[in-house]
Design a binder for this molecule. Structure first.
Ligand code: TA6
Length: 298
């Protein structure tokens, strides 16, 4: 299978298909601009690192790499719901596409940028839990920035409503010194306080488990990381909500695929359409939600 994928889509050392952890097929990118990786499982980006810089995406040492389980870290894709399913708690959290093996649509190279398009679509299994016909393309450009576009097409005859997220895990040197800017004044749903709605006052700092859905916000966020003397800028298009999450001590211990002490080195800033900002998409229409990740030194 890997030989066939490399024959059809490989770009020499710039983009090659390898057996990743758990034997899951992975595309490794290696150019003058960066290195990167994405698994076909869940179209899950697990690595992006600019030349001469440290990794930007966080991965748990305890992550599973199995067909029936989500990878922990990198960029899980949440679709067609965010968090637990509102009607059926037995369904997988964050939807089902992060548990599917996606197919390769294209791998292209332009200079030091490599763009990979992976695709999944509705089938008998998905229609049984979510009766909507769709295609979803995850188009990733690995370069001096990381661009991820989630392209949803409604193949059905009715307007669909869904939630979607690029649930991105970022490396930070020390969460206790980390600040997140860009959401000042934005209302957030505080999942640590009975989903109370509160206005963000100034920059976000972290002193405990933090799980917030910032609504009606299209702006960029910045992770300010004094420990690594770096900032990470998350810009977005056609996304109206941003989720900020750190599990802190107890939640980290409660997750078998998350190291007990790993919480100090990560934060999630998630580009999404969720909660009040769930997406409605007319029959036959296509919607593209995009995140662009960049770094700068502090
Ligand atoms: O995005 C934050 C969140 O919804 C948290 O509530 C936590 O559940 C996290 O996602 C991780 O979810 P997962 O299903 O990947 O363990």
């Amino acid at each position: 299978m890997l030989a066939e994928l490399n024959r059809k889509f490989g770009q020499g050392d710039a983009a090659k298909f390898v057996a990743g952890y758990g034997g899951l097929p992975r595309i490794d990118v290696n150019t003058a601009a960066c290195t990167g990786s994405v698994y076909l499982h869940g179209a899950h980006v697990t690595h992006w690192q600019k030349r001469g810089e440290s990794p930007v995406l966080w991965m748990s040492e305890k992550s599973w790499f199995e067909d029936a389980k989500p990878i922990r870290g990198g960029v899980p894709i949440c679709f067609p719901w965010f968090g637990p399913n509102a009607n059926n708690a037995t369904l997988p959290a964050h939807g089902f596409v992060r548990l599917k093996s996606w197919s390769v649509q294209s791998v292209t190279r332009q200079g030091d940028d490599v763009t990979i398009a992976l695709e999944t679509k509705s089938d008998e299994q998905t229609l049984a839990v979510w009766p909507v016909r769709f295609t979803l393309v995850h188009r990733i450009t690995f370069g001096a920035t990381l661009t991820m576009s989630l392209e949803l097409t409604n193949l059905g005859g009715d307007t669909l409503t869904c939630e979607e997220a690029l649930h991105t895990y970022f490396v930070v040197g020390d969460i206790k010194q980390t600040r997140v800017a860009g959401l000042n004044g934005v209302t957030f749903i505080d999942k640590m306080d009975n989903k109370a709605r509160k206005p963000q006052q100034g920059e976000i700092t972290f002193t405990g488990e933090t799980d917030r859905v910032y609504i009606n916000t299209c702006g960029a966020s910045e992770i300010i990381d004094p420990a690594l003397r770096r900032k990470i800028i998350i810009s977005k298009e056609n996304s109206h909500a941003t989720v900020v999450w750190n599990p802190w001590i107890n939640k980290s211990k409660a997750m078998p695929d998350f190291g007990d002490d790993e919480w100090t080195g990560m934060v999630c800033i998630e580009t999404c359409n969720a909660a009040d900002n769930a997406l409605s998409l007319a029959a036959g229409a296509t919607h593209i939600m995009r995140a662009v990740i960049a770094t700068a030194s502090l």
